[in-house]
Design a protein around this ligand. Sequence first.
Ligand code: ATP
Length: 317
Amino acid sequence: MTMAAIVETRGLVKRYGRLTAVKDLDLVVEEGTVFGFVGPNGAGKTTTMRILATLLRPTSGEARVAGFSVHKQRRDVRRAIGYMPDFFGIYGDMRVWEYLDFFSACYEIPPDTRRRLVDDLLALVDLSHRRDDYVDALSRGMKQRLCLARALAHDPKVLILDEPASGLDPRARVEIRELLRELQAMGKTIFVSSHILSEIEEVCTHIGIIEAGQLVATGTMEEMRRLIQAHRVLRVGLAGRIDEAQAWLAGQPDVMGVEPVTGNGEGNLEVTFTGDDEALARLLREMVGAGFPVLAFREQAGDLEDVFMRLTKGVVS
Ligand code: ATP
């Protein structure tokens, strides 16, 4: 089944003076998915999200949200999205219910519907018990959930959430994750950023990795996990003949790269390997058979974070 793209960018570019923050970005987020937009600080996540939220004009290229152009149909885009920025201005001297009532009014939701809506939103983000407290009195995690409730007031199709889990303690992060799952079950498409993959990995159905303004990898979680399989990393320790072993390994099938281990890392050589377990056992057998003094031959435990680090290594200059 092919799903419809609900967020799409083509050749998107954003320059700040001489700095190109987003470079020719082609991105597709399908309807109903939770798309994790992952990259280190300064990669261009916030810039991309602000363009999608119509708060920033791109230098060139096109971006569409729910079928509307961020250039020509800004109002329609704004109605279709709920945006939660990385730094939010929150009105601390309002009561929690008032805060949501105020933003619902901004979306022209009539007063008689608003009361019920505010109750529903508070229940959704588990803040009903704090409805009469001042916003200032909430914890950071609660404020984050309140902002999410605000972004939901007009029942948008797409949520654009910029680092919603950042600065939260583990419990509050779990709460945000649970909330995202619930929102996906409600049929929302969620475009969520993080500079820590493991923070959002669990809830994402798709991932896009951005580095220096460019998308370096994108796909379903399953595809990304396969990418890990395709990027197995071995550490080989030798009692001697290291240069010779490096050249020999580089010539073997399924070996993508061999590099000397620098610093205090374990072993002498790091090998990127794309084969299965059988191929791995064969490589060891043949290496020993070729007379190399192998002391250690071990696969490094890989997770998505590792793959992400390796994928982005080549892009950063
Ligand atoms: P973070 O996780 O730190 O928020 P990010 O991936 O969201 O990072 P952006 O905030 O989009 O990255 O920044 C991308 C690049 O653009 C960075 O080098 C940043 O310094 C630069 N940048 C962002 N906003 C501006 C601006 N208004 N003027 C000049 N440069 C900017």
